[in-house]
Write a protein that binds this ligand. Structure first.
Ligand code: NAD
Ligand code: DAU
Length: 354
């Protein structure tokens, strides 16, 4: 029996990873450790919460005494580390929380794993989930490979880059069996509506202005979240210790095209005539500071070594996503009550008025 710690399992990607592991591996014990910040929500895991191979623990990766106790009690064989502050705009507003959780919290987890395993690394694995943003920004040409030098621009990506460096350093220095993956933009059910796609869907439903930064020409490479969870499963089980794997959707889109497509699909599913009228809600607003121009991933390594490729087409993934948000307005209401309104006003009020 394997005992696996998944951190950040109540968040967007983490909840898909927890669901996948709980269902695919009834013989494993899956412990989900999450602080339940504004971004973490146990509603994301209702369908697996009573599974016999699953346990939720509320806790903070910044609390080393708590981590040490948890590791000694549970004696994990593997760690899949997703807990993080994840939103670029929030990192511009308040970088400190990103340094604490993403950098210091990751080092705490590395120390806890090192303490428990104590040099006996047979069958052990520390898997760190990271982002393509550590590579910086591309111009109109080229792709990020695993060899692209790190060049982060936002406090978020700088904190993720620092955490990647610590993970590699623990591999090189102490022999900890680490593996890292750097993924492009995810989308799908349960994504907190501070990110572009769910924020746009929510505003279309509510007939509110849709804020598009700058001219909407920045490019992101979008991947359906369940395809990412599948890649994580594969890398956790078959990836080589000490290696890095880039994960992407082979699906570059300009932000304005994403938003317009969402207007068309959402209008169609809502029966708004003619489909696409919600494009009237689009507002071009002041750009994000240090806004990275383009991200795009070269996925050849994971394809050639582990046989992974994204399965969900852009059209299918977006339709599934919009349908999910339309069918789960209770979830949307629950996560956007209270503090979300203060956040939204702070981030968007001035931008949408000017
Ligand atoms: P998210 O913000 O939806 O979830 C983060 C989770 O971590 C939440 O459940 C939150 O409660 C928890 N958390 C935060 N601070 C914590 C702490 N101190 N202790 C314990 N738990 C804490 O994030 P996400 O979008 O699901 O991203 C998950 C991971 O994947 C992150 O490491 C992120 O950098 C990485 N990533 C995200 C994307 C993306 O497009 N969303 C792409 C590539 C990589
Ligand atoms: O590339 C992987 C990264 O993708 C992850 O590491 C991050 O955790 C995740 O948040 C995401 O970062 P982005 O900054 O690319 O995602 P976001 O959804 O915030 O923005 C996507 C693009 O849309 C970006 O170019 C900014 C733009 N945008 C965003 C928002 C929230 C807008 O135009 N308007 C908006 O209101």
């Amino acid at each position: 029996m394997k005992k696996i710690l998944i951190t950040g399992g109540a968040g967007f990607i983490g909840s898909h990873v927890v669901r996948r592991f709980v269902r695919q591996y009834p013989g494993y014990r899956i412990v989900n450790l999450d602080k339940l910040t504004y971004a973490g929500n146990l509603l994301n895991l209702r369908d697996v919460e009573n599974a016999p191979n699953y346990r939720f623990v509320r806790g903070d990766i910044n609390d080393f005494a708590f981590l040490k106790d948890l590791f000694l009690r549970e004696r994990f064989d593997g760690v899949i580390h997703l807990a993080a502050e994840s939103h670029v705009d929030r990192s511009i507003d308040n970088p400190d929380a990103f340094v604490r959780t993403n950098v210091l919290g990751t080092v705490n987890l590395l120390n806890a794993a090192r303490m428990l395993w104590n040099g006996n690394y047979e069958g052990k694995r520390f898997y760190h989930i990271s982002t393509d943003e550590v590579y910086g920004a591309l111009g109109n040409e080229g792709l990020f490979t695993e060899q692209t030098p790190y060049d982060p621009h936002s406090p978020y990506s700088a904190s993720k880059a620092a955490s990647d460096h610590f993970v590699r350093a623990y591999g090189d220095t102490y022999g900890l069996p680490v593996v890292i993956s750097n993924c492009s933009n995810n989308y799908g059910p349960y994504q907190f509506p501070e990110k572009l796609i769910p924020l746009t869907i929510r505003n279309i439903i509510r007939r509110q202005p849709i804020p598009v930064y700058g001219r909407g020409e920045n490019v992101r490479d979008w991947l359906y979240v369940e395809d990412h969870a599948q890649a994580i499963d594969l890398i956790f089980h078959r990836g080589q210790a000490g290696e890095t794997y880039n994960i992407g959707g082979n699906n570059e889109q300009r932000n304005i095209d994403v938003v317009e497509k969402l207007c068309e699909i959402t209008d169609e599913l809502l029966g708004r005539q003619p489909a696409g009228t919600s494009k009237e809600l689009i507002r071009f607003v002041r750009d994000r500071a240090g806004h990275d121009w383009r991200y795009a991933i070269d996925t050849s390594k994971i394809k050639q070594t582990l046989g992974w490729a994204p399965r969900t087409s852009w059209d299918e993934g977006l339709r599934k996503t919009v349908r999910w948000y339309l069918e789960n307005t209770d979830w949307l209401e629950a996560v956007t009550s209270g503090a979300y309104r203060d956040y939204y006003d702070k981030m968007y009020k001035n931008r949408l008025q000017s």
